[in-house]
Design a protein around this ligand. Structure first.
Ligand code: RIB
Ligand code: CA
Length: 314
């Protein structure tokens, strides 16, 4: 079977890094480009970190492009671990591979545009950070929506508490207006919220299993995942830190491990108290057509088996 063409829009970020590694280890996926966006850390760092991760994977051929430096309207926020540069200080060496000159938004417009015109296969867009790049691309060229196979978005929190504010998940909070544009775009969307990622916990035994792979990638992933503080564990009483972004890639590889259902979703863009909160209308009470498949459950043991097996391929 032909590999699924994907674009990864990302703000690495430790869990973004693991997601990229799993994607690059998977022959079922054809990573056409990695587009960086400001999020966990400023844009220069996310673009730098994306190349560090490609080099760790031995994939200097992957095109990495820098995108938007700021969110559309709101004041900029960064992630909790911004002080470590997003990837645990100098755990990974500085990259030698160059950043490609084309802007990430131009890459999204041209790649999705070719697919929209029927000149190439439709593309699955994986968004692992704030949705600024994709929203700008859709505003620039709305017709590119026809080139999108689906958008798999890590973002939102419904029954779960928010992680960056009481009411909001970080990727939605960092650029709620962009999230609203993407959700309203008409593209097929699969949403992977905190409610699901809070089930994918990097517990000490699971981290030890990754380290026991004995390869450099396993060792580095162990270091990255143990560098961050365990505040999620402290705040939410979990057995380990949640691994958010790799669940997006896992969904493409093993959809049988996931469960979800369609619903209408929108994001709060006005209230300072609940800015970035993702509202899901499970019962259709708003009378809106569902705009997303909202994933609710993951077989976390199966997911970590997949993760370890893919990281073991390096
Ligand atoms: O809320 C989780 C998201 O924000 C993930 O994409 C992770 O990288 C974090 O910063
Ligand atoms: Ca991310």
């Amino acid at each position: 079977m032909a590999a699924i063409p994907i674009l990864i829009d990302t703000d690495p970020g430790v869990d973004d890094a693991v997601a990229i590694l799993v994607a690059l280890a998977s022959p079922e996926l054809d990573v056409r480009a990695i587009t960086a966006v400001a999020g966990n850390v400023p844009l220069d760092d996310t673009a730098h970190n994306a190349r560090k991760v490609c080099e760790l994977a031995g994939r200097l051929d992957v095109a990495v492009h820098a995108g938007c430096r700021k969110p559309l309207l709101r004041s900029q926020i960064f992630g909790k671990y911004a002080s470590g540069g997003g990837l645990a200080g100098d755990t990974l060496p500085a990259p030698a591979m160059p950043l490609r000159p084309q802007h990430a938004v131009d890459v999204l417009v041209s790649e999705l545009g070719r697919a929209a015109r029927g000149e190439a296969e439709k593309i699955t867009v994986c968004t692992l950070g704030p949705l600024t790049n994709l929203a700008v691309a859709l505003a620039h060229s709305p017709s590119i929506v026809r080139g999108i196979e689906k958008i798999v978005v890590m973002g939102g929190a419904f029954a779960a508490l928010g992680n960056r504010s009481i009411a909001a998940e970080f990727n939605m909070l960092a650029d709620p207006h962009a999230a609203r544009i993407v959700l309203a775009s008409g593209a097929p969307i699969v949403l992977v919220p905190l409610d699901l990622t809070f089930q994918a916990l990097a517990t000490p035994p699971r981290l030890a299993a990754i380290r026991s792979l004995g390869n450099r990638v396993g060792e580095m992933v162990f270091k990255l995942l143990t560098y961050v503080d365990r505040s999620d564990v402290e705040r939410f009483g979990m057995a380990g830190g949640p691994l958010h972004d790799p669940t997006v890639i896992g969904l493409l590889l093993r959809p049988d491990l996931y469960r979800g259902r369609p619903a209408f979703v929108d994001v709060e863009c006005d209230s300072p108290l609940t800015l970035g909160h993702a509202v899901v209308d499970w019962e259709g009470r708003m009378g809106k057509v569902p705009n997303a498949m909202v994933m609710t459950d993951i077989d976390s043991d199966g997911f970590f088996v997949l993760l370890k097996e893919r990281l073991g391929r390096f």
